[in-house]
Design a protein around this ligand. Structure first.
Ligand SMILES: *Cc1c(COP(=O)(O)O)cnc(C)c1O
Length: 265
């Protein structure tokens, strides 16, 4: 960090302190992971310079030859890891990935059924404090009190009564496997889209340690910095028929240029 020490000693000192803090403490934060040095090098690479709008081969800026290759490489890695039909690696985070999905196939005011935050869900699943809760009509399901397991009967009953346009499975804090087949049957019974948010467990799915939601869901999202141990971006996997809508919803719908240096997988 010689350059940083010369140019900005205050920042260099904070980075040193943080490195020491990480080495000397054990924070068991499920949403954090220690990215390998190779990932840190990529994050601090010249790709931080590159502004890209659009998609590989169809950019609005000059000089995208290698940025295009980076994006194509990440997409093909996701396709082989998860067997997804369509992949978008541009979202800035998991929340941005979810937002882009909602605005790809839903209209403002449409109904969403998702897990409540207090039972393990996520803010971006329609919590009232999030833009997702302000734009859509959201109801929440939870876990069964005694077992702590998702009450699938309750989900089915709520879906039948509420008739959501989208059902979301996946949580920030749920230490059990989710029955994706059952969630997909429930969604199918009311013609709702099924989104599975596997933010925390993406790495376990990639490694084949736990079952994959990809065969059962219309859309799957995850973040790259949790069990995937990558940069801070988010990824959308979807069925091929949603490809165009998803891509347009990510850019220019929900965000501008994506961060090429964080497209590391
Ligand atoms: C961590 C997480 C996200 C993504 O959060 P960002 O902070 O936007 O990256 C989305 N959904 C769930 C379930 C999560 O746990």
């Amino acid at each position: 960090m010689l350059n940083l020490q010369n140019d900005d000693p205050a920042m260099a000192a904070l980075i040193d302190k943080e490195r020491l803090r990480l080495e000397e403490t054990l924070d068991l934060i499920a949403a954090e992971n220690h990215a390998p040095a190779a990932i840190m090098e990529t994050l601090g690479s010249v790709f931080n310079t590159k502004t890209i709008e659009g998609y590989p081969g169809r950019r609005y800026h000059a000089g995208c030859t290698y940025a295009d290759e980076v994006e194509r490489l990440a997409i093909s890695r996701c396709q082989s890891l998860f067997g997804a039909e369509h992949v978008n690696v541009q979202p800035h985070s998991g929340t941005s990935a979810n937002l882009a999905i909602y605005f790809s196939v839903l209209n403002v005011g449409d109904r969403i059924l998702s897990m409540t935050l207090s039972h393990g869900g996520h803010l971006s699943h329609g919590h009232s404090a999030s833009i997702t809760g302000k734009c859509f009509d959201v109801r929440h399901y939870g876990v069964e009190k005694e077992s702590g397991v998702i009450d699938y009967q309750m989900v089915a009953g709520m879906a039948d009564a509420f008739r959501p346009a989208m059902i979301i499975a996946g949580a920030s804090s749920y230490p059990r496997l989710i029955d994706y087949r059952k969630m997909s049957e429930i969604a199918g019974s009311v013609s709702a889209y099924l989104l599975v948010d596997m933010a925390h467990i993406g790495g376990l799915v990639a490694a084949g340690v736990i079952p994959s939601p990809v065969p059962h869901a219309d859309f799957v999202t995850f973040t790259c910095y949790k069990t995937m141990m990558g940069g801070r971006g988010g990824v959308i996997l979807s069925r091929r028929r949603f490809a165009e809508k998803i891509d347009k919803s990510v850019f220019p719908g929900c965000q501008g240029t994506s961060a090429v240096n964080t497209i590391v997988l």
